[in-house]
Design a protein around this ligand. Structure first.
Ligand code: S3P
Length: 173
């Protein structure tokens, strides 16, 4: 596109619990840029956890606020590293703004590796609750298709956050 890489935001997408926030923080530090985690921003707005927002306000409203925040942040002139929640990129408006104003990195993990992380993240992820492992697997592969529009994919199976962050930093230099 017309905007040079150095003048773009960096956006991290991928399924819940793949490490978008951890990697994003590292990339921001290495590139001396501000980091923003969209879930954290929404939690600040409501002064509630994502779980409570889903329960008390509802997913529809969460998705509206999520979409508006992403559009605003992507259009802001100060360049950032941005971690999206795992469902954000399912919204067309989000994909559109990200692909025009940002370099989008898809952090991809195999189902086998991801499954091992499930117990660590399930309590704070309303989308995973009250689902069988099969239903979660379905969601994993459906979401993976939605993440297929990106500028770069990083397969993270055996990589630590530091290595992933270095790969991103090298690729934008
Ligand atoms: C969601 C992912 C979460 C959070 C919310 C919904 C999803 O973010 O936005 O629980 O629909 O995949 P993480 O990807 O950071 O877990």
């Amino acid at each position: 596109s017309e905007i040079p890489i150095r003048e773009k935001n960096i956006v991290l997408i991928g399924f819940m619990g793949v490490g978008k926030t951890t990697v994003g923080q590292l990339v921001a530090k290495k590139l001396y840029r501000d980091f923003i985690d969209i879930d954290e921003e929404i939690e600040k707005i409501y002064n509630m956890s994502v779980t409570d927002i889903f329960r008390k306000i509802g997913e529809t409203e969460f998705r509206r606020v999520e979409r508006e925040l992403i559009v605003n942040i992507c259009n802001h002139k100060k360049l950032k590293i941005i971690s999206l929640g795992g469902g954000a990129y399912l919204q067309e408006e989000v994909r559109k703004v990200c692909l025009s104003k940002c370099i989008v990195y898809f952090l991809d993990l195999s189902w086998e590796s991801w499954k091992e992380r499930l117990p660590l993240i399930i309590d704070s992820r309303p989308v995973l609750q009250n689902k069988t492992l099969h239903e979660i697997e379905d969601l994993f592969f459906k979401r993976r298709k939605a993440y297929s529009l990106h500028n770069s994919k990083i397969t993270i199976n055996n990589l630590d956050a530091e290595t992933i962050a270095n790969k991103i930093v090298e690729s934008v230099k």
